[in-house]
Design a binder for this molecule. Structure first.
Ligand code: ZN
Length: 392
């Protein structure tokens, strides 16, 4: 992608985006944290938005998932009333609109919002109220995913809660938290319940732990999508030049079954799931036709947005607008809303808006007389200096 052109045309922000992996408590606005902390007399490490945002980001950027998760105790501390939950959900959709996101699946763990006496149903109801108002005000469609934690024993209760809210906007169930030492198969009763109810499962796996974690999530727990899945790289075979020469049964299965991988580039760097973008398998997965999607994970902690993730991926992995469109369509195909709704977003929103952007790019190139990557004979003739024999 020509980055100068992308910036001039504001392509990364304007491109319609679909976000499947975003934590509600990982994307609270710093201004809102400050405001709510004042109301609840909570002491913060910084009192102006920029300083507080930096504190979250510094805390997160330590290459360790356990430390990365610490910032959440601060955001969760201000998300203990129905008003606060409603407000944060509403503001999230406003932020999505500014970020060019047309469909978002946000997720959170209700268990962390019961310190002041709310029960899980009231917590979920409050978030859904905020989301529904946000949908009305900003036109961004949403689905809500309820998370249970790997190191706790409430997963069946959360699974039942998720299913009970399926007609109110909850679209799936997730298992999150520390991977090492807490295998997903400890929560089989919850996953089997979800499966019997014909409901939807995504599991954080292959982020801090190896390919076995991904295998377990899919083959024991029935995950329809994988959060991160970076370590699927361990099931690919490389030659000495770093080229993929084959893949194991698990990687083949993930590819053949089109199991979506919710890739979160900035977050993967911050938690140490990858040491650098150079060693991140995104480009390999993309080239080998895995169904990859791009996501934010935690916008506040990772100081990111979908616009930034698109720019990062384009810059680092040399994606063009067609690639971004493909990834966006892949994401929408992988959403947990009904098939008809997914088609509506793809055909009524994503494709027409990308068509406009492709025209804007063509027009820009025309204006700047930019030579295509592989010049055609006509283009060469056109770009030749005018002469008497070949007037302009
Ligand atoms: Zn996550």
């Amino acid at each position: 992608m020509d980055l100068k052109m992308a910036r001039e045309l504001d392509l990364f922000r304007k491109a319609p985006k679909v976000l499947l992996h975003d934590h509600l408590d990982g994307g609270v606005r710093p201004e809102t944290v400050i405001d709510l902390a004042l109301q609840t007399h909570l002491t913060l490490p910084a009192h102006e938005p920029k300083g507080l945002a930096d504190w979250f980001h510094m805390g997160a950027n330590r290459g360790n998932l356990k430390q990365y998760l610490e910032g959440f105790s601060m955001t969760c501390a201000v998300m203990q009333t129905e008003e606060a939950l409603e407000r944060i959900a509403f503001e999230m959709l406003e932020d999505m609109r500014h970020d060019g996101v047309c469909y978002v699946e946000t997720r959170f763990a209700p268990i962390f919002h019961m310190e002041k006496g709310l029960n899980m149903s009231r917590v979920v109801n409050a978030v859904l109220r905020g989301l529904k108002q946000g949908r009305k005000a900003f036109g961004v469609r949403f689905g809500l995913i309820l998370c249970s934690m790997r190191n706790m024993d409430h997963s069946l209760e959360v699974a039942e809660l998720a299913v009970s809210f399926r007609d109110q906007g909850v679209v799936g169930f997730d298992l999150a938290g520390e991977e090492i030492g807490y295998p997903a198969k400890r929560h089989l009763d919850a996953f089997h319940f979800i499966q019997r109810e014909n409901f939807y499962i995504t599991i954080h796996a292959g982020e801090a732990f190896g390919k076995e974690s991904i295998w377990q999530a899919i083959q024991y727990c029935g995950a329809h999508r994988i959060g991160h899945g970076v370590r699927l790289k361990d099931d690919l075979f490389f030659n000495e030049r770093g080229e993929v020469v084959g893949m194991g049964r698990l990687a083949e299965y993930v590819m053949n079954r089109r199991i979506p991988l919710e890739i979160c580039l900035s977050s993967n760097l911050h938690t140490g799931a990858t040491t650098s973008l150079d060693s991140h398998p995104f480009r390999i997965f993309f080239d080998r036709k895995f169904r990859v999607t791009l996501n934010t994970d935690n916008r506040l902690m990772s100081d990111t947005s979908m616009t930034k993730e698109f720019e990062l991926a384009s810059r680092h992995f040399n994606l063009d607008l067609r690639d971004l469109e493909k990834i966006t369509i892949n994401s929408m195909k992988s959403a947990f809303v009904p098939y008809r709704d997914r088609c509506d977003v793809i055909y009524d929103v994503i494709k027409p808006r990308y068509a406009e952007l492709h025209s804007a790019v063509a027009e820009y190139r025309n204006r700047h007389r930019e030579a295509p990557t592989r010049p055609t004979l006509e283009a060469v003739a056109e770009s030749a200096p005018p002469s008497a024999a070949n007037p302009a």
